[in-house]
Design a protein around this ligand. Structure first.
Ligand code: TYM
Length: 344
């Protein structure tokens, strides 16, 4: 068995503001994992252009998302923070993976179906190949742990399939070159906490998303206290008081969502929140949730504003992060070339 050095990789798309779903579904785990692991956190600008982005918006958004990473508590001294396009190995390895992955696998990807919508013919080839690039992001560092929200689970399974097929297709050559137990690890999805799928505030059956037309559906990390209060006041609920036990949340998606958000923000489980608020009306609970959300998010919002004003600092973080990332990725990509039979 090959033993792979534990390494964390994850990323977010710079296609606009980060929201509470990104924060609770992924970022809180990223911050926690910095304590125990070597971590690489990427701003995936190459993924962003699978849907057209105005170049100036992409530049601004890349810096804003970097500022959000730092403001949330990612430490550039400890973790590697960079934008994807800086490190050419992502693109190089993704081409190899495009030749390993099967069309049938890609056809099953639900996110492509959602994003491409009815008019699949007009979607970019990049949008279709997106999960193959995502596998390359992870495996160009031989990352073993990938903290993400629930919606990325299928992509992670595909990354595992690609790693396994590469190891299998090239097994002889991999052994010949002296790698025992396969070349790539099986990256482990880390989908953890009470808010792995934060739902829209307007519809508890839809995921909270940047692309929702209604800004009332999400809490952005840039929202001030008044807009957080307004959005939570208007958040959809049902007429019943809150249940006292988690089983009572079944069939009540809006209640389940708000309880999950409270639990994740306060770092406890849903049962603990229900023990406190069970039997109460939504109005009182929403006020408590607003206070909690504002207390947690307003320091982040303030710090983001400060950092965004310092583009030179942000650019230095990305440049240094890119150099460190490249130093890990380059020798791995060299090995891939030797395995595949590319002269170098
Ligand atoms: P992206 O940019 O859509 O989202 C970034 C992270 O936030 C999580 N997330 C959510 N979690 C809970 N509830 C929600 N409503 C919610 N919305 C988003 C996502 O699961 C994700 O963890 N394909 C990825 C980016 C990516 C990547 C990677 C991730 C590219 N390469 C390699 C991990 C490893 C994406 O589009 O995430």
């Amino acid at each position: 068995m090959n033993t792979f050095v534990p390494r964390v990789f994850s990323g977010m798309q710079p296609t606009g503001n980060l929201h509470l779903g990104n924060y609770l579904g992924a970022m809180v785990n990223w911050i926690r994992m910095q304590e125990t692991h070597d971590c690489i956190y990427c701003i995936v600008d190459m993924h962003a252009i699978t849907v057209f982005q105005e170049p100036k918006d992409l530049i601004r958004s890349t810096r804003e998302v970097t500022a959000a990473y730092l403001a949330c508590g990612l430490d550039p001294k400890r973790s590697i923070i960079f934008n994807q396009s800086r490190v050419a190995m992502h693109a190089e390895l993704s081409w190899v993976f495009n030749c390993v992955a099967r069309l049938g696998w890609m056809d099953r990807m639900t996110q492509f179906k959602e994003k491409a919508g009815k008019d699949k013919e007009r979607a970019s080839l990049g949008l279709y190949a997106y999960p193959s690039l995502m596998a390359a992001d992870i495996l160009t560092y031989k990352a073993t742990h990938v903290p993400v929200g629930e919606d990325q689970k299928q992509h992670l399974e595909l990354a595992r399939d690609i790693a396994a097929k590469f190891n299998n297709d090239y097994a002889e050559r991999i052994a010949e070159l002296g790698f025992s137990g396969g070349f790539f690890p099986q990256p482990e999805p880390m989908i953890q906490g009470p808010a792995t799928r934060v739902m829209s505030l307007r519809d508890g059956t839809k995921k909270m998303s940047k692309s929702d037309a209604s800004d009332l559906s999400r809490i952005n990390l840039t929202d001030d206290a008044d807009s957080i209060a307004n959005k939570l006041r208007k958040a959809k609920t049902d007429p019943e008081p809150l249940p006292s036990e988690a089983a009572g949340l079944a069939g009540r998606p809006e209640a389940d969502n708000l309880i999950g958000i409270h639990a994740a923000l306060s770092g406890v489980g849903k049962a603990d929140v229900l023990a406190e608020y069970g039997g109460q009306q939504f109005s009182a609970f929403k006020r408590a949730l607003t206070d909690l959300a504002v207390a947690k998010l307003s320091p982040i919002t303030g710090e983001m504003q400060r950092l965004v004003a310092d583009a030179a600092y942000i650019d230095t973080v990305l440049k240094e992060g890119g150099e460190r990332a490249q130093a890990i990725a380059a020798p791995i990509m060299d090995d891939v070339k030797d395995i595949v039979g590319f002269l170098r």
